[in-house]
Design a protein around this ligand. Structure first.
Ligand code: GLY
Length: 441
């Protein structure tokens, strides 16, 4: 028996809930959600709706249901210190304390950590709390990236060529960030192909899960604004088509060094997910950022493939015994595509921007996995909100099969919806391979 508290209400938490409920340990699931996710609710014993900053409310819910341990899905409750709060009533979590969650919540913490412990993967970077010195520094960089130092929901990073063109515009962006945040990071821009490496960590042992490639841009061909992620894929050989096997080993080695460094720095073991956003460049694998949680959508690529009991993994993370268990994944390819309201991610003055909170109907999707994200179940059916609605995941022996399954299922979802048909297709994969060939020279 295991009573599990799950915090979060998106598609990532829906797939976590499914992984929990596949366990042989007869688990009971108690989700604490910001809004009711019907997919998670259908797997649960009892749910409650509340704010992620109501730490006392979360503790009361946990006490009431004699929770054994918690799994924290999104970054906001981590940033609020939910793990520290649950610790005070003796409930351990899969997820870092507030101090350790700085790996995600403070970009400067992570860059400085890598620098202090001479861990490879950092770009040239500097942190500024005023405009002084910014012009000189960006004059030294071939390409510029600007980031606020805080949580931005994956949408705060500004890249030269995409969000601004000239150095003067870069300085203007820094000024705008400094109006709202205490500091801004200016970094050298990397060119390459990105991959997400979601690693499980008990503070000492770090285990990589299969790499995944996410698609952040809203539209086909990687056009349009950045989103939380429009879709992602993984391959049956647990690599990616543009990767060399050693690239995964480099990402894992960096993450192992970071786990060691964060312990030395804070005296606390990091127990949870360390999701590294890496990029393969001419200089090798470099670190874009860490997240202190599973990726959304990337969790939907890896958790359905998990062969090892997820409750055993959670317990090993909590007790520091990850090295004693073998973590295995099915050797299948996955394609996840997010179904979104047509207006999702569009500028406010776009004619489709209001097309959000409308009704959707989901016909039979056969053997495809559907994970609910921002949907609202009302008496007369399912409604979208303003954000990503449903993650559709095709799983097959190869990528082509997985992509076709996902597309077929999407055609069974009716309403004012949109998705990226190019995620996981041969054309887009070929583009990635060519891009990487050019970069590797
Ligand atoms: N896929 C991006 C994220 O989870 O932050």
């Amino acid at each position: 028996m295991a009573n599990v508290l799950l915090i979060g209400n998106g598609a990532r938490e829906h797939v976590i809930a499914e992984a929990v409920m596949r366990s042989k340990h007869n688990p009971k699931l108690f989700p604490y959600m910001k809004s009711n996710n019907p997919g998670i609710a259908s797997l649960s014993e009892s749910t409650t709706i509340g704010s992620y900053s109501d730490l006392e409310g979360i503790n009361m819910f946990a006490r009431k249901h004699t929770i054994d341990f918690a799994i924290i899905g999104p970054e906001d409750p981590l940033a609020n210190g939910v793990v520290d709060s649950l610790n005070t009533i003796g409930i351990p979590s899969v997820g870092p304390t507030k101090d350790l969650a700085r790996l995600e919540t403070s970009k400067t913490f992570t860059r400085d950590l890598l620098q202090k412990y001479t861990i490879p993967g950092n770009p040239r970077y500097r942190v500024f709390s005023s405009l002084e010195g910014i012009r000189d520094f960006i004059g030294e960089l071939d390409g510029i990236v600007i980031k606020p130092d805080g949580l931005t929901g994956g949408k705060g990073v500004m890249v030269q060529g995409d969000h601004f063109a000239t150095r003067d515009e870069a300085i203007e962006k820094c000024r705008e960030i400094l109006d709202e945040h205490s500091s801004v990071i200016v970094e050298e821009k990397f060119d390459g192909e990105e991959f997400s490496l979601q690693c499980l960590c008990d503070g000492i042992t770090v285990v990589a899960t299969p790499p995944v490639q996410d698609h952040k841009r809203r539209f086909v061909g990687d056009k349009g604004p950045n989103t939380g992620g429009m879709g992602s894929y993984s391959l049956e050989d647990h690599s990616l088509p543009f990767m060399e096997k050693s690239d995964i080993a480099v990402g894992l080695a960096i993450t192992q060094k970071v786990a060691e460094a964060i312990y030395k720095e804070t005296g606390e073991y990091y127990r949870g997910v360390m999701y590294g956003g890496f990029i393969i460049t001419k200089k090798g694998v470099q670190l874009l950022e860490y997240n202190a949680r599973f990726g959304d959508p990337e969790a939907m690529n890896i958790l359905p493939l998990l062969k090892t009991d997820f409750i055993d993994i959670c317990r090993a993370i909590i007790t520091g015994t990850l090295q004693d268990i073998e973590i295995e994944f099915d050797t299948k390819a996955t394609v996840c595509k997010y179904v979104v309201p047509r207006g999702y991610g569009l500028p406010k003055d776009h004619p489709d921007a209001r097309s959000t909170a409308s009704k959707i109907e989901v016909d039979d999707v056969q053997d495809v996995h559907l994970y609910y994200s921002s949907v609202d179940k009302r008496a007369d059916g399912l409604y979208m909100t303003t954000s990503r609605a449903i993650g559709v995941v095709g799983i097959a022996p190869d990528l082509d099969g997985a992509e076709r399954k996902a597309e077929k299922a999407i055609s069974a979802i009716k309403g004012s919806v949109d998705h990226r048909p190019d995620v996981g297709t041969k054309e887009l994969i070929e583009k990635r391979i060519q891009h990487m060939k050019e970069i590797r020279g």
